[in-house]
Design a protein around this ligand. Structure first.
Ligand SMILES: Nc1ncnc2c1ncn2[C@@H]1O[C@H](COP(=O)(O)OP(=O)(O)OP(=O)(O)O)[C@@H](O)[C@H]1O
Length: 545
């Protein structure tokens, strides 16, 4: 028996404890006691019953049952939500500390499916699974009760349940495979849906593309439907099996037992009542078993994601909560034979950056030029150490950057990449006076489009150029020693472009900032102290003042 799901709940919360198990068993036991008391009371009617003693014990047992059942249902809901919250927080934390390359390898849709769909499944199924565990206890105690009433009856029930279990288990592998296929095909569907949403503009203006994408989406949706139908049909077989099994069990007790044992006649009513009584719980246990298998699989998926996030985590000592300022007064950033290699899906090198040996001085304005695919973006990711070098070392002054100081190094930068994301809150800039934000918005010419309220921008539905200006506002507020601007001026009007190159960059330089700008605006090349060129992954000096 695989207890992975319950182990997961306990690992995440430490609260699947003895008391919870005891309460689950108590709930099963007290309900069996209810049955025994009802049976005893019925039997006592021949001797002048029902007796008040039975009634009192029945009251106590019922109270115990209600209390323990309520306890396990409340606790299991709380534990499930706590476990889900913990794993979401832990995975979220690992994601933010993960290497960019690992994140790119795992893929956004896999992460979204795990953190939203799989954790949602755990939160939905935990309570029913605890209820099924309680039902399993009830079945065991009811069988014990039958054993007390008639040992031969429990042997017959036991044999029949065993045969039933063997028959039922024969589909287990098919069921597990069906669940696994279903989970894989739903992941594919999530990926396809992401494409449909992200590529909305492209497909909306191209009917052929729209039809092809939609056909692909329908194919995947239909695969999901076929796989799910198969799983559900196996589930339907289970339901039919349970109904049939129950009737066979009752028939066996009523027709076979009297033939093999003549002491049975006196207890027939109690035993039939007991079977009728435990049928509900037994059905729950059997029906919940596939759900339990699915829950185990979900836990597997979550831990697989966690392992993937951990595996490529090269920076072990990520003291992320303490952002040290140790490099803020740096004089130089030096690349010593720094190289980076992309690998294709077979692990073979597909594109190489460097090895690069160069020095960036504090307060320099550097322009980076190069053709499409020459490696500019990759170089920026390497410069900021979002990608870790596959060879060579980066030095800040004379200090090599390693696992211990990499977080401080990364915190030197404020970057606007071409695919930047704009948060609508002023995250990570402390308590900035709203007047200062307003002043910057005015400076960037977007004060009429957005403002600041309770630490949030009032509007982020802006044009591409305006969004870049808002990103510049954030970059100013972050006030880092090194700025990286990837084609920030490309979507700006001529006035702002001129302002960006001829006022903003020199002002930042005057404030001691180091700036790397990806730009093809040769009209403004005079602003740069140096121009670097990327070509097939190699860095060359294009112009040096
Ligand atoms: N995640 C990745 N995995 C594998 N190869 C990649 C990846 N990203 C980029 N490359 C490859 O690295 C090379 C350099 O890409 P990069 O994006 O750095 O170029 P770029 O100069 O910024 O191009 P552009 O001006 O078109 O944005 C390209 O050949 C590209 O195919």
């Amino acid at each position: 028996m695989n207890f992975q799901f319950f182990t997961f709940l306990n690992n995440e919360t430490g609260e699947v404890n003895f008391k919870l198990i005891l309460m689950t068993a108590t709930s099963g036991l007290s309900n069996t006691l209810n049955l025994a008391l009802i049976n005893a009371s019925v039997a006592s009617m021949k001797e002048g019953g029902p007796f008040w003693q039975h009634f009192v014990i029945f009251g106590i047992s019922l109270t115990l049952f209600v209390y323990s059942l309520r306890y396990i249902l409340y606790e299991s809901s709380r534990i499930a939500e706590k476990a889900v919250c913990n794993i979401r927080a832990r995975l979220g934390d690992k994601i933010r500390r993960c290497d960019l390359q690992s994140l790119e390898k795992i893929g956004e849709s896999d992460i979204l499916a795990r953190i939203s769909r799989d954790t949602g499944m755990i939160s939905q199924t935990t309570r029913p699974l605890f209820a099924a565990t309680q039902a399993a206890f009830m079945v065991i105690f009811t069988l014990l009760y039958i054993a007390v009433e008639s040992p031969i009856a429990v042997v017959l029930c036991g044999i029949m349940i065993l045969c039933g279990a063997i028959f039922y288990m024969k589909d287990r592998d098919a069921y597990e495979k069906g669940l696994s296929d279903s989970s894989d095909s739903e992941d594919e569907l999530a990926k396809s849906l992401t494409g449909l949403l992200r590529g909305f503009k492209e497909i909306r203006i191209n009917q052929k593309k729209s039809d092809a994408v939609f056909a692909d989406f329908c194919d995947i949706a239909s695969t999901v439907s076929i796989v799910r139908t198969k799983v559900m049909q196996l589930y339907a077989d289970t339901v039919v099996f349970i109904e049939m099994f129950f009737v066979i069990l009752l028939g066996g007790v009523v027709f076979i037992l009297p033939v093999i044992s003549n002491e049975f006649a006196g207890t027939v009513t109690q035993i039939v009542a007991a079977i009728l009584f435990f049928f509900g719980p037994l059905a729950t246990v059997i029906m919940m078993y596939p759900v339990y298998m699915q829950a185990n699989m979900t836990v597997d998926n979550l831990y697989r994601l966690e392992r993937d996030l951990d595996r490529d985590q090269k920076v072990k000592n990520d003291s992320h909560s303490i952002v040290q300022q140790e490099f803020n007064d740096f004089k130089t950033i030096r690349f010593d034979q720094v190289g980076f290699i992309y690998a294709d899906p077979d692990g073979l090198p597909s594109f190489q950056i460097g090895p690069i040996t160069t020095t960036v001085n504090r307060g320099e304005i550097l322009f980076l030029i190069g053709g499409n695919g020459s490696g500019k973006t990759s170089f920026m990711k390497l410069f900021t150490l979002l990608y870790l070098p596959t060879s060579g070392t980066i030095f800040v002054d004379d200090q090599p950057i390693d696992d211990v100081n990499i977080i401080s190094y990364r915190n030197l930068f404020s970057a606007i990449f071409s695919d930047f994301y704009l948060f609508d809150k002023l995250y990570g800039v402390g308590d900035v006076p709203p007047e200062r934000v307003q002043e910057l918005l005015k400076l960037m010419g977007i004060a009429h489009k957005t403002g600041i309220k309770n630490g949030c921008f009032t509007n982020t539905n802006l044009s591409t150029g305006q969004r870049k200006r808002l990103a510049l506002v954030m970059a100013y507020l972050e006030d880092k020693p090194v700025y990286i601007f990837d084609e920030v001026a490309a979507d700006q009007d001529p006035q702002f472009r001129s302002y960006f190159y001829e006022t903003l960059l020199p002002e930042l330089k005057a404030a001691g900032k180091t700036i790397l700008v990806v730009s093809h605006d040769d009209r403004y090349f005079h602003v740069a102290d140096r121009i670097l060129q990327m070509d097939y992954g190699q860095l060359f000096a294009y112009m040096d003042k």
